[in-house]
Structures are given as structure tokens and as C-alpha cells.
Write a protein that binds this ligand. Structure first.
Ligand code: 5BU
Length: 452
């Protein structure tokens, strides 16, 4: 092979680095812009690149190769072809249907996976990718990078104990291009100045403990929920989607000690009578110290919601500690829920839901600004100012054949930073609902601790 310098110049000819003034994603103005994707369009260069990268590495250490999507995918593929180390593919987003797998390909737990990245800046996407690969019980010890922008990412990863191998860094690239006359001395100085002042730090998002949230939040229902979670070491809400008073009370009695709240769909109880259903239910809630969450999903104008909340046979206002509501009726439609907490429906768990990015963003604005709102139901992370409730949790199934999509407690805590999991059929349809509640309580608590 030619020298590394000659090889770089060949790559440079493909237009992978541009000099001038560029505004980066972060808003920072940079004197250079790097895009290594053109390398994949020249087969000879791509093959040589793979071999240069492989040459730097202790290849015996790796069972698998994985590229960080998307630019590094062809590089990882070529490295796999040249080295016969099997390739796995990391998705950018989990599959919408079925398994929610983040990694495709054949692999076994405990295998060591080499990560390939095209450009390293802050190290953010690598840190995220590593977490996702480790989530599949794979190990990561080494990362190979084509170009280091020398903005702190390499040091960050090294401080976390990873070996980071870089083929080129921006300083040596500047030297080469200064030598060939492609870059003037002035330009080189400008780049050096930029690099000195631009070590990008990114905030690794950490999940707050229930104790921290307790200090942060002040709605009485949020406080009660958090205090109950801490004292019971539970973040479990059981969804009692049963259809008779007898089943409802029996379930509440069994799971009561292990949950922080019981979620009802009170309108599915066929023999509902306030005195026979609600009075004993409230007694059980007091006995076992759990809150009552009525999953009414109000979705009307304020006046109608107020009537649905206070009147009819259910008189939800008299007994529920908190209720769910759509926010489709707008901010004012939530004004009537003065004496309870509101959990706003921001995103739904069902396949094909219309709660798109755009909708969720607007729904969150309402939720975050309304004083009655204590939290949101969503399948995405939300700001810390309100609590996140996540249904669609099941340890055994990935769906129900009717559109429900399930995740594990582990997934919703580590990925969504949820606060509370909601489990329905996983508990009430189990042969022993009490044992199932304990299992979900423990799984939820372990996942919470792990996510901190
Ligand atoms: P499951 O049996 O664990 O699938 O029950 C989930 C419960 O959560 C059920 O009562 C639903 O009405 C509720 N739910 C949901 O599953 N997904 C959502 O997005 C919303 C509510 Br909002």
C-alpha cells in the first residue's frame, strides 16, 4: 500500500473535507467541514481504508464488527469482508413492529464487538451506540475512527476506559495540506485557534432519582406518588382492566401492597355501583397505601369534560387521585381537574398511533404549562418537570395481536427514562397476580436503579 499520507491525499480528492465557514448542528461556526460518505463511492479507496483501519487493531480481540450508522456502515462492511470478522448492524431507531431489536445479525451474549466510526467530535453518538450495543449484552473495548476532529471525543471515551484508534486527526491533515499548498498558513492558524477553543462537552442525560424529583415537583399528587414509590421501593402501577366489581376488588387486595397506584377503566365494570365498587376500593387503597388512577382519557371541550368528571354514575371527581386526559381539547379543557392530578396523553403505545412527533411536541407544551398536569403518558422521553408514565410493558410478550406494542421495564427505564410503569395483562391475567405484581415491581425497581 502507498503511504498513509498519499492515501489521505487520494481521499481528500473525493471532497471529504471542506474549508471555509460552516455552521455545525450544534450552532458552532467551524472553519472546516468533514463528510466521509464519498469514500464509500470509490471501491478501491474503501477497500484500502478498511485495510488501514484493520492494520491498527488487535484483531484477535474481536468477535464482531459494528459501524455507527450511517456513514460508518460501508466502512464496517468492508472491514468485515477484509478480515472475516462477522458484521452486525445497529439500527438508528428500533423497529416499529415486532421485536424492537436495535441490533441485526447473528451474535451471542458476551462477544466483544469492535465499533467503527467515521468522524469523532464530542463522542456523543459513540457513547449512545456503545450503550445500545451493551444493552444486547455485547462487550465493547475498542473503537476505530477514521478522522478525529480533536474536539474532546477521543479523550472522553478514553476516560471511560475504551481504546480509541484513530487513522487521521485534523492537525496532521492540516499539516499535509499545508505542505501540498492546499491550505494557506492563515487558514491553518484559524483552524488551530478554533480547535483550541472548541472542545465540545456534551451533557450526558442522567435520570433523576425519585428523591431528586420530590424536591423538584410540588403538586400534592406527584409528591404522594413519589413518596409511595420510595417507601414501597416500587414504581409499578397495575392496570385493573377487569369487568366486574368482584374481580376489581380481589385484584386490588392481592396486588395492593406492591403497587403505587391502581389504574382503572371504571366504565368497563359491568356491575358498577358507587357503594359496592368505589367505597370498598377506596378502603383497599387506604389499607395498602396506593393511589387511584382513573384512565378516563377525557377528550372533549372543557364543559363536557367537567360533566364527565363530576357527574353520571361514576363521579370520578369523588374518588380518583389522578386521571388521564387527552390534551386535544387544548389548555383550557384541563381547567376542570382542579382537585386531582392530570396525566396528559402525549404519545400512545399502539401500532399506527397518530401521536406523531409534531403532535407530541404540541401536546407536551400544553402538559408542561398547565398547573393541573402532573405527568404524561408517552413512549418517548419527556422533560423532567413532569412525571412519565409508560404503559405497554410486559416481560413475556411483544404485542397482543390487537395493536398493543410491549417493551420491557429495562427498556423503558434506560431508554425512555420513565418514572412509572403501567402493567395490565402481565399481572391480572397471570395465574398468580400477586406473584406477578412482585415480579414486575422488582423488575421495575431494578431497572430504575440501573438507569440512574
Ligand atoms: P396491558 O394489558 O398491559 O396491555 O394494558 C395496558 C393499559 O394501559 C390498558 O389499560 C391501556 O388502556 C393503557 N394504555 C396503553 O396501553 N397504551 C397507551 O398508550 C395508553 C394507555 Br395512553
Amino acid at each position: 500500500m502507498e503511504s498513509k499520507k498519499e492515501f489521505f491525499l487520494e481521499c481528500y480528492k473525493l471532497g471529504i473535507i471542506k474549508f471555509g465557514r460552516f455552521t455545525l448542528k450544534s450552532g458552532i461556526e467551524s472553519p472546516f467541514y468533514v463528510d466521509l460518505r464519498p469514500l464509500a463511492s470509490d471501491p478501491k479507496i474503501l477497500k484500502n481504508l478498511a485495510n488501514y483501519l484493520l492494520e491498527m487493531l488487535p484483531l484477535d480481540n474481536f468477535d464482531l464488527i459494528c459501524g455507527v450508522p450511517y456513514a460508518a456502515l460501508p466502512m464496517a462492511t468492508s472491514m468485515s469482508l477484509e478480515s472475516y470478522i462477522p458484521l452486525i448492524i445497529k439500527r438508528k431507531e428500533a423497529k416499529e413492529y415486532g421485536t424492537k431489536k436495535m441490533i441485526e445479525g447473528i451474535y451471542q451474549k458476551g462477544q466483544n464487538c469492535l465499533l467503527v466510526e467515521d468522524v469523532i467530535t464530542s463522542g456523543k453518538s459513540l457513547v449512545e451506540t456503545i450503550a445500545e450495543v451493551e444493552q444486547e449484552d455485547l462487550k465493547v473495548s475498542d473503537i476505530v475512527v477514521v478522522l478525529d476532529r480533536e474536539q474532546g471525543g477521543k479523550q472522553l471515551l478514553e476516560s471511560k476506559g475504551f481504546n480509541v484508534h484513530t487513522l487521521f486527526n485534523i492537525s496532521e491533515v492540516c499539516d499535509i495540506l499545508q505542505e501540498t499548498g492546499d491550505l494557506s498558513d492563515d487558514e491553518v492558524n484559524r483552524i488551530q485557534d478554533f480547535l483550541q477553543g472548541n472542545h465540545v462537552q456534551f451533557e450526558e442525560k442522567v435520570k433523576s432519582t425519585y428523591e431528586t424529583k420530590l424536591e423538584l415537583l410540588n403538586h400534592s399528587v406527584s409528591i404522594k406518588l413519589l413518596e409511595t414509590a420510595i417507601s414501597k421501593k416500587s414504581n409499578l402501577i397495575a392496570s385493573a382492566d377487569v369487568t366486574t366489581t368482584e374481580e376489581l376488588l380481589a385484584l386490588a387486595e392481592k396486588v395492593g401492597p406492591h403497587i403505587i397506584a391502581l389504574k382503572t377503566h371504571i366504565d368497563i365494570i359491568s356491575d358498577f355501583e358507587y357503594t359496592k365498587t368505589i367505597v370498598p376500593l377506596k378502603a383497599l387503597a387506604a389499607k395498602h397505601q396506593f393511589l387511584l388512577m382513573e384512565d378516563r382519557k377525557f377528550a372533549d371541550i372543557g364543559n363536557t369534560q367537567e360533566l364527565q368528571f363530576t357527574s353520571g354514575v361514576f363521579k370520578i371527581t369523588d374518588w380518583a387521585d389522578f386521571v388521564t386526559s387527552q390534551v386535544i381539547g387544548g389548555y383550557d379543557s384541563l381547567n376542570c381537574f382542579k382537585n386531582v392530578g392530570v396525566v396528559a396523553i402525549v404519545g400512545m403505545s399502539s401500532k399506527g398511533t397518530l401521536t406523531s412527533n409534531n403532535y407530541r411536541e404540541e401536546a407536551l407544551k400544553v402538559a408542561l404549562s398547565h398547573p393541573n398536569v402532573i405527568g404524561a403518558v408517552s413512549q418517548n422521553t419527556i422533560p423532567e418537570e413532569i412525571l412519565l408514565f409508560t404503559p405497554g410493558v410486559n416481560l413475556a410478550d411483544s404485542g397482543d395481536g390487537k395493536g398493543q406494542q410491549y417493551n420491557t421495564p429495562e427498556h423503558v427505564f434506560s431508554k425512555l427514562h420513565t418514572d412509572f410503569i403501567i402493567v395490565g395483562r402481565g399481572i391480572y391475567q397471570s395465574e398468580n397476580p400477586e406473584l406477578a405484581a412482585i415480579e414486575y415491581k422488582n423488575a421495575g425497581w431494578d431497572a430504575y436503579l440501573k438507569s440512574l
